[in-house]
Structures are given as structure tokens and as C-alpha cells.
Design a binder for this molecule. Sequence first.
Ligand code: NAP
Length: 249
Amino acid sequence: MSTERALVTGASHGLGLALATRLAAEGHTVTGVGSRPASEIGEVPFGYVQADLARPDTHAGIVTELGGAVDLVVHSAVRYSPAGRAPTFTEHEEILRVNALAPYHLTLGLLAAQPEDRPCTVVMVNSESMFHADRDAAPYAASKAALRLLTAGLAEACRSRPIAVATLLLGPLDDDQKQADLRRVAEKLNLPLADVTRRFLRKSNPDLVIDHLIAYEACLRSIRYIADLGRTANGMVLRLDGGSAGSLI
Ligand SMILES: NC(=O)c1ccc[n+]([C@@H]2O[C@H](COP(=O)([O-])OP(=O)(O)OC[C@H]3O[C@@H](n4cnc5c(N)ncnc54)[C@H](OP(=O)(O)O)[C@@H]3O)[C@@H](O)[C@H]2O)c1
């Protein structure tokens, strides 16, 4: 990857933490943003900024921190729908703010602060859930659908700059929570973990054509691939989602 200065949002947990850690290990100067205090994530090999991305007044501080110099931006921060109930209006607004409005407006701020001729790759981490809204996932799915359209608008606005604004559209990730849940079920049913994972994936989405969860490493490699394409990746949608939307999309 030909990038040097990177910003990763959602860097205090999950995919964002893994990406920020790996990018830093590969020699990038990484700024990671999360909402919890630094004391809660322990030692990390990147500069950590605590900021509530749902509040637009925090965005200017992040732009200033980067000083108009960023080569790669990965928007991974996310708020999920609450489990088993509809979100309150305020919670729903927070989901939209974190998942769609923050990546859009923070990107506008970052790109406005950069020299017009400076190359930059922006990767919006999106989700196959936008294709499969049900009553529980709808607020999250709607925020991701909004992010997809806002990303397309940013890409169009960047067509005459050396900038790529791309989407990395993911399916079910191999994260600690899913691993723990699946291991618990496997132990309870006395079945191999691989069998339980296969059953979980087939039940969760019949369109999936993979029998395994998607590794963080595959996400990192996809981001490298997008970044290596440079401005040619503007408008690109890279689907690493196990075919979750079915045959035609
Ligand atoms: N997990 C999956 O199976 C899956 C599948 C498809 C797509 N994705 C996508 O992959 C990305 C990462 O998902 P994940 O499951 O790895 O996420 P996660 O573990 O839930 O972590 C979410 C991150 O976002 C941060 N965040 C949330 N609200 C914030 C706010 N207001 N201000 C600043 N930071 C905030 C969190 O910070 P704090 O924890 O400090 O609040 C945390 O670092 C998301 O875009 C998601 O849509 C995930």
C-alpha cells in the first residue's frame, strides 16, 4: 500500500481496532478514533483520539489533528440497532449520525483541508445488511443504505481530484463476539465449531455462499487493494460479503 498517513474511525474495538493496529505495524502513521477513553483500550501502536463522532463539533478537532495530510481514511465506526426492540428516536438519530452523517461530513472536512492535488483514498466500511432489512436490523440497515448513497455523492464530487472514495461492503465478520457465541453453542450441542458456523451462516442468510466468517485479514487486504488502485478506485464497491445479496447484485 502506498499510503503513509492513515485515519481509522472505530479504532477502539472490532474491525477498526484490528485495521489501525495492522496499518501501524506496517509502518503507517495512524490516528485512530473511538468514543471510549484511551484507558479502556490499553496500549495501542497508533495515536488514539477520543471523540464522539455523532457530535459534528468533534470533527474539526480530528481534521486539525491530521493537519491537512492524510493518505488513507477508513470509516469503520458503527452504532448497531439495539437487540430485540425498536430504538428510541434519540437512539435512531445516533445510529444515523455515527453510521452515515459522520463519515460523510468528516470526509468533506478532511478533503477540504487537503491540497487539491494531494492523493487520498477514503474507504467507507459498509454492510450487506442494507440488502436484508428486518424489523430488528432496519434502523442499522437504513443508515448503511444512506451511507452508500452519500459515498456515491462524495465520489462524484471527487472526480477531478486524485482522490478515491470507495465502499468496502462486508458480510459477517469473524469477530470475538461471534466466535464466543458459536463456541458456546458448539459446546452445548457437542458439535464441531465448523458445523455450527456453517449452520449459523446458512440460517442467517440463505444467499451466502461461504461456510466461514470473514477474517479481518481479508478486510485489510481489500483495503490495501483499493488503496493501491489510487484514483481509479473512485466510486468502487468492493464486496467481501460471501455473495450475501444473491446472484444479480
Ligand atoms: N461485525 C460484523 O459482522 C460486520 C458485518 C458487516 C459489516 N460490518 C461493518 O464493519 C464495521 C466495523 O464493525 P464492528 O462490528 O467491528 O464494530 P464494533 O466492534 O461494534 O466497533 C465499533 C467501533 O465504532 C466506535 N464508535 C461507535 N460510536 C461512536 C461514536 N459516536 N464516536 C466515535 N466512535 C464510535 C466504537 O467506539 P467505542 O466502542 O469506543 O464506543 C468502536 O470503536 C462497521 O462499519 C460495520 O457496519 C461489520
